[in-house]
Write a protein that binds this ligand. Structure first.
Ligand code: SF4
Length: 370
């Protein structure tokens, strides 16, 4: 069975849409807000109009894996917890440097061949529990475009005592975020640039991403923001200055991860980001008021920028090398163990250690596709 046919049979009626007229519906799962004629698909290619009803992806995963939650990255949410990540296929953007292109571009790029694996919410949650995971994360493809499926899984996960998270490009809509709000604990937004022209080269716009950041913070969903720093694309000091000024204006307590680009997918002629570039961008973020700035993808090479520092007394409250926690000094209520300053985040009452050295890869049956 061809991938497109396999995916078109793995659907069910969606919830994030409205009827425009007899022939068209509008999907509002992501910032594209696609008007979709009968028989056609949206920009993401995985949501489509069949006889006036929106059909959305259902009943499969493109991949699952267990990793430390720090790898997502979440640094202020249940440190050390094992996170069970699942993804589907497709994306609403088409970034030339995508690190998950095999799943995100599965319907656009013939080289991206990942067969879908049949799955159920109950099965995924019981797999996560069996492996000792404490958080379920929708990631790999863009989770907003498969939000109904994520919510079905998150309902099961919450009932089983697990936490839930999105790792997302942030191209949301107010209605999609309200739909997710009752079901989601942590949200990572990938703020790729602060220039609308750059976003348009990726197939998106800047404003919906900024709006998502403001709204998630206003809703009280725990939010961390990541910027993959890419030479010649988004590393202009003025752009980093404006980006971090915006973020600090929403809240100085939002953790900002500035991470190193490594050559990937179609972006092969851009040099890898150096530790010095990360450190310079991080200094801009700190200068603009962000209190928790991290440099990622260069473990052991960015000085103090992998640790969480108390903004009250300057003590290291969590020390890390890469994803690995070396030392933990928060009190049970998430305060600095030295001076008692409260550190924003979603903390456990105690640090229970970390499973970090061997990521789990659960084995699953696969559909036959060609
Ligand atoms: S998820 Fe986004 S790209 Fe896909 S159909 Fe809906 S609005 Fe369009």
């Amino acid at each position: 069975m061809a991938l497109k046919d396999a995916l078109e049979s793995s659907v069910r009626p969606g919830e994030l849409y409205e009827v425009i007229d007899e022939r068209r519906i509008r999907c509002f799962a992501c910032g594209h807000n696609c008007p979709i004629p009968d028989g056609a698909a949206g920009v993401c290619k995985v949501r489509f109009n069949r006889a006036g009803r929106l059909q959305v992806p259902w009943g499969y995963v493109g991949g699952v894996q267990c990793d430390p939650i720090e790898k997502k990255p979440f640094f202020h949410a249940m440190p050390g917890a094992l996170a069970y990540s699942f993804g589907m296929l497709g994306c609403d953007l088409h970034c030339s440097y995508c690190q998950n292109w095999v799943t995100s571009q599965a319907l656009r790029d013939p080289a991206a061949v990942v067969p879908p694996t049949p799955a159920s919410p109950e099965g995924l949650v019981s797999d996560a529990l069996r492996l000792g995971a404490r958080v379920l994360v929708s990631t790999y493809n863009e989770p907003l475009i498969t939000a109904e499926w994520a919510v079905a899984i998150f309902r099961e996960a919450r009932a089983a005592g697990l936490r839930t998270a999105f790792v997302s490009n942030g191209n949301g809509t107010p209605r999609a975020l309200e739909y997710l709000r009752p079901h989601i604990d942590f949200y990572k937004v990938d703020l790729k640039s602060f220039d609308d022209r750059h976003y348009r080269t990726l197939g998106g716009r800047l404003e919906p991403i900024l709006d998502t950041i403001r709204r998630l913070h206003g809703m009280g969903v725990w939010l961390e923001v990541v910027t993959l720093l890419i030479s010649g694309f988004n590393d202009d000091p003025d752009e980093i200055d404006r980006l971090t000024t915006f973020l600090a204006g929403v809240s100085p307590d939002i953790p900002w991860h500035v991470t190193a680009f490594h050559t990937d997918y179609r972006m092969t002629d851009t040099s890898d980001t150096t530790p010095a570039q990360l450190i310079a961008a991080a200094e801009t973020g700190r200068r603009n008021g962000l209190r928790f700035v991290y440099a990622g993808n260069q473990p052991g090479r960015v000085g103090p920028l992998e640790n969480t520092w108390c903004p009250g007394c300057g003590a290291a409250v969590i020390e890390r090398i890469g994803y690995s926690i070396q030392r933990y000094a928060l009190t049970p209520d998430g305060a600095c163990g030295t001076c008692g300053t409260s550190i924003p985040g979603r903390w456990d009452a105690a640090f229970g250690g970390q499973i970090a050295s061997t990521p789990f890869v659960p084995v699953a049956r696969r559909l036959r596709v060609s």
